[in-house]
Design a protein around this ligand. Structure first.
Ligand SMILES: Cc1cc2nc3c(=O)[nH]c(=O)nc-3n(C[C@H](O)[C@H](O)[C@H](O)COP(=O)(O)OP(=O)(O)OC[C@H]3O[C@@H](n4cnc5c(N)ncnc54)[C@H](O)[C@@H]3O)c2cc1C
Length: 386
């Protein structure tokens, strides 16, 4: 494993060759996702060995591909690898995803379906060898740069909501796909509204059986939470590093109370990092499960508290947000700490809200009684919607 990774960095030094070449070499050597089969960016070895290759790539100066193509690497790759209809399609999608030539996005949420994702209304109707899709999606991260999208759509409105969904891969350049940016609190427009009008999708681009879209979506969502929850795994790295750096820069603002808060946040960050490590270890044996939600929940809440600390440390300067220019996710250096404070509010919403994650952990890990579900067993068509 380490020999193959060292060979890749020797032959394709990420500091000097184009990154598409470097990441293409990683794919061809089976080091993009080592647990995937050979020919699909992997070697068919345990997932835990990915860390060995990643450490060598990182030491050679390679960027983390997850930050360049987060939905592609974190969610689309495992979903496509597990559910696409043929090995040819898997390879055709996975290699340009791995090189980041094709950015991916996720067309799940709708104006009337976020936490209650299974209640979504975008329809896909079979027409010969194609499906014809109509509806509106929202909060679609990177849709403006995406070549492909993961789509969850309703194919049967006459059965209970979870049973009438199917899962597709959509060409974001297809006629009828319209993307409109949504500008955020931070000044960025990292996500979009996406309108789908008579968009044709070949049946070959369906993932999983018609009507089994919810099961495929679980592959995506478990990987999403695990990949968000497990990021920032080096000691002292991630969000807490921002707070420590700011503390070092601003001795004029030190107080014993703030010092105590920083120490507490550092300890909690370390506990969160170790918890994420544990979730990674579990996932490396049996794939991501509901434990991934622990890291996502705790990490998101902690991020907010770390940046609240940064604002308190800055005092009135925290109100100044000098650089309110539009930035594109993955293309620019992180913005000022004030911007990161504003962005951290989204952490507890994206990838499942903290409330919903607590429900999942309560039900699936702790075995507590389930959430109230008034629509259980009723055909989707008969469920009142706002
Ligand atoms: C930065 C960012 C990026 C995103 N990127 C994408 C993307 O790429 N693709 C995509 O499809 N979506 C994306 N989303 C959407 C995200 O998945 C949804 O916003 C999220 O699932 C919540 O849905 P909602 O916004 O409709 O809120 P709602 O579901 O309407 O929730 C509103 C409030 O009610 C609470 N609530 C809802 N149900 C329950 C319950 N059963 N128990 C307790 N409380 C409950 C929620 O916690 C929340 O506080 C993104 C969101 C953000 C913020």
């Amino acid at each position: 494993m380490s020999g193959a990774a060292q060979q890749v960095v020797r032959d394709h030094d990420p500091r000097s060759v184009p990154l598409t070449e470097f990441f293409g070499a990683c794919f061809d050597a089976g080091l993009s996702w080592v647990h995937f089969p050979e020919g699909q960016g992997g070697l068919g070895v345990p997932r835990g060995l990915q860390a060995v290759a990643d450490a060598i790539f990182q030491a050679a100066g390679a960027p983390n591909p997850f930050s360049l193509n987060p939905i592609g690497y974190g969610m689309a790759a495992p979903t496509v690898q597990e559910h696409a209809q043929s090995d040819e399609l898997k390879r055709a999608w996975l290699r340009p995803l791995a090189t980041n030539e094709h950015i991916w996005c996720q067309l799940f949420s709708e104006p009337g379906a976020g936490s209650d994702l299974a209640g979504l209304a975008t329809s896909a109707v079979r027409d010969g060898d194609d499906w014809v899709v109509n509806g509106q999606k929202v909060w679609t991260t990177l849709a403006h740069r995406a070549r492909w999208a993961l789509l969850l759509a309703r194919t049967d409105p006459d059965v209970p909501k979870h049973q009438g969904l199917s899962y597709f891969v959509v060409d974001m350049h297809a006629p009828g796909v319209e993307t409109r940016p949504l500008r955020q609190l931070t000044g960025q427009a990292e996500f979009n509204e996406v309108y789908l009008t008579d968009v044709r999708i070949p049946d070959a681009h369906r993932l999983g059986a018609a009507g089994a879209g919810w099961q495929v979506a679980m592959t995506t969502l478990m990987n999403e939470r695990s990949s968000i929850g497990a990021s920032g795994i080096r000691r002292g790295d991630g969000t807490i590093a921002d707070a420590v750096a700011l503390w070092a820069q601003r001795p004029d603002r030190h107080t014993p109370v703030l010092r105590d808060r920083l120490a507490q946040l550092w300890l909690r960050s370390e506990v969160q990092r170790l918890t994420a490590e544990r979730a990674r270890a579990t996932a490396s044996v049996r794939g991501p499960g509901p434990e991934g939600s622990i890291g996502k929940l705790v990490g998101a809440e902690l991020n907010k508290q770390v940046y609240e600390f940064c604002m308190d440390l800055l005092g009135p300067e925290g109100l100044l947000y000098g650089d309110y220019t539009m930035r594109d996710v993955g293309e620019t250096e992180p913005g000022p700490v004030q911007q990161r404070f504003l962005r951290s509010r989204a952490n507890t919403i994206e990838g499942g809200t903290s409330e919903v994650l607590r429900n999942i952990l309560g039900e699936r890990i702790l075995g507590l009684p389930g959430d109230l579900r008034a629509d259980s067993g009723r055909p989707w068509r008969e469920v009142p919607r706002g």
